[in-house]
Design a protein around this ligand. Sequence first.
Ligand SMILES: *[C@@H]1O[C@H](CO)[C@@H](O)[C@H](O)[C@H]1NC(C)=O
Ligand SMILES: *[C@@H]1O[C@H](CO)[C@@H](O)[C@H](O)[C@H]1NC(C)=O
Ligand SMILES: *[C@@H]1O[C@H](CO)[C@@H](O)[C@H](O)[C@H]1NC(C)=O
Ligand SMILES: *[C@@H]1O[C@H](CO)[C@@H](O)[C@H](O)[C@H]1NC(C)=O
Ligand SMILES: *[C@@H]1O[C@H](CO)[C@@H](O)[C@H](O)[C@H]1NC(C)=O
Ligand SMILES: *[C@@H]1O[C@H](CO)[C@@H](O)[C@H](O)[C@H]1NC(C)=O
Ligand SMILES: *[C@@H]1O[C@H](CO)[C@@H](O)[C@H](O)[C@H]1NC(C)=O
Length: 686
Amino acid sequence: MLLKTVFFLVSAACSTTLGSGLEPQIPSVASFTPSHGAFELSSVVQIVVDSKHASHGTPSLLDFANTFRDDLKDVVSYLGIVPVSLSPNIPGITLGIPTIYLTLDTSSKYNLYNGEPTDEGYNLVVTPSSVTIKSSAPLGVWWGTRTLLQQAALQLSKGVPSVSFPAGDIHDSPGWEVRGFMLDAGRHWYETTFLSDLCIYASFFKLNEIHLHASDNLWNPAFLYGDGNEGWKNLYAAFRFQPPAGSSLEGLVPRKNESWTKNKFLQMQGTCAKHGVTIIPEIDTPGHSLVFNQWKPELMEAGAPDHLNLSHPDTIPTIKSVWDEFLPWFSAPEVSIGADEYDAALADDYISFVNTMAAHITSTARKSIRIWGTREPSNTLSISPNVTIQHWDFPGDTISVQLLASGYRVINSEQAFLYLDGKTSDGGQFPQTLDEDLLWGARWAPNVFSATDPSNNTRADAPGLRGALFALWNDWGNNATTALEAYYQLARSAAVFGEKAWAGSGVRSTELSRAQFDAAYLPLNAAAPGQNLNRVVRPAHGDVVFAHATPPRPSLDTGVPSVGPPYTLAFRVQPDAHDPGAGVLFAGIDSKLHVANLTFEATGQLYALGYVLPTDRFTSVEIHATREYTYAVIDDEAHPRYWYTLMDIWGEYMALGNMSFAAPSQHIGGEGFKGTIRDVMLTLGA
Ligand SMILES: *[C@@H]1O[C@H](CO)[C@@H](O)[C@H](O)[C@H]1NC(C)=O
Ligand SMILES: *[C@@H]1O[C@H](CO)[C@@H](O)[C@H](O)[C@H]1NC(C)=O
Ligand SMILES: *[C@@H]1O[C@H](CO)[C@@H](O)[C@H](O)[C@H]1NC(C)=O
Ligand SMILES: *[C@@H]1O[C@H](CO)[C@@H](O)[C@H](O)[C@H]1NC(C)=O
Ligand SMILES: *[C@@H]1O[C@H](CO)[C@@H](O)[C@H](O)[C@H]1NC(C)=O
Ligand SMILES: *[C@@H]1O[C@H](CO)[C@@H](O)[C@H](O)[C@H]1NC(C)=O
Ligand SMILES: *[C@@H]1O[C@H](CO)[C@@H](O)[C@H](O)[C@H]1NC(C)=O
């Protein structure tokens, strides 16, 4: 019975033919040799995992296969049940069921551009009856599944009724080992669920690392260095790993609501690993250390509340004890100890601190360490060559070509190409998303450190050049951006970076042109499976998500957790005269709208519109939101009122910024709201 259906669907699907080429995807694949025919992805397909290797690795080949199955169903909505089974060989031909076969070949060899072996390469062979993805390790197979999913997504975006993979042979592997981004989670709080979604998203573009900057403080000289007012005690500083109850480290995390419990962290780290993404945690010392000094003021360097005094006998034991507590949480083979922007005059103290921590972390946890690039003007000591240096600054760092020449391993995070700042940057120093004119124009790749002076750049195959990480900083703290606004800054940047860090610039003939990238990005962003950071909803009727003329009181659950911009939320409201400021008008998983002052709440922060609703009549409110702003039109007012944040820029001036909020769409009314809400309509489009 089943087999008959299968044959029918296969032959029906054969009428769809596409060209013999692959759709240009992100990142580009290294090579594709076409052969004859195509693999038609009919509604019945099976995934078969080579039983000899199914349990190989953590995550195992079978784990990756199960995630792939869910993703395939997510991207190709016409698929029925997609079974995952085990077999020692490809069974598809004999059974007649189109088969995607995942296997390992430990004799396969893939190399990075510098010649070092990598397990991230894969071979994808498409015949009319099967697709075989093969690598030396499960991670390489995982990246092969991303290639297949992207081909499917790109075809479907062109309106074809079903997917047809051109027969042929793809060989692909990354040019560099380190590909990803740093997120400043020290100055801005993020939930682990959001971080998990970011990993899942980044993985679609074959990024393999998220570097989590997990401790830091705002930088504001009036607070830090103001005359004897001890303002440093009140400047925002945070450490995100929550010590267990009763631990001697509890004082390090006074705001428990802005810290990750071990369970939540491990869950997030595991989700990331299941998508091929390694979380590289960073605890930043001995600079950027206000949070440690707020906890133990005796460790402070006199006159520099954000620096640790490395000569104090308790400093290094304290920092070691912090790492000892949290190292067992981390599954990455390496961690970052930060180590940026410390006193040049204390170079020897700094260098011996770095080397002491490297030795400690290696001996207790068998992990190696990274530090940010910092010039160490010492004639007597030098950083251990086992420490990877993450370059970010000319001329503050020792020049990377010199570091590489002296045998250090280097990661490129050069700020001129790769730094972003949340919402705004001082004097326009950094863009909101990676500057694509610059990246394409300068033919940026991990081996490019300078747009103007080629002597600072290396060859793509330079030994020791490990790859690159771009960085999203949060210099203006928690209230400058929502978590989703951080995603809006990262989304397209992650994709363009995925191409550059996997393939490079000017190495392979198959690299994407800028036009090819532009054409592929939007459909791939829309199709990226496993998360819904765009907060897309698909209304049953046109653009109307819901309409409720008289929603029941006290609260209506609409079943729609959140809706991403652009949207319009229109309603009429009359607060209760006895308790006009109580409760919320709308609430969702990403935001709430409080009746008091029409205040939006997102990521734990409050943004008041400053409008007080009258209690003697209904007011009509229309909220319009895009990824750049949210505003309200109230009654017949001629001017829209924007929701703003006010950012303190280095303590020098205050800057207004617009806020983008997802629609608080799950509940209408609640949390003590006693007035009347009417004529609610949520539509897509602003
Ligand atoms: C660092 O601590 C040592 C030992 O307590 C102390 O003698 C020294 O003055 C401190 N240095 C600074 C700059 O705070
Ligand atoms: C570097 O690491 C290796 C292997 O862990 C170790 O034997 C060596 O002593 C380290 N070198 C330095 C300078 O720390
Ligand atoms: C490149 O390196 C040279 C020294 O070799 C330096 O003078 C120059 O300023 C560097 N910076 C950039 C951005 O190229
Ligand atoms: C509304 O905002 C004003 C200042 O903008 C503030 O004084 C007032 O307390 C707020 N009211 C409520 C109910 O939050
Ligand atoms: C955590 O609690 C503090 C103090 O009550 C508050 O200021 C902050 O906004 C809260 N953070 C979040 C994310 O809710
Ligand atoms: C955001 O936080 C800064 C401190 O970093 C503060 O000065 C500003 O008033 C806050 N803005 C809002 C809208 O709460
Ligand atoms: C907010 O967005 C509007 C519409 O784009 C713009 O006109 C306005 O200048 C923005 N305000 C700020 C403070 O950026």
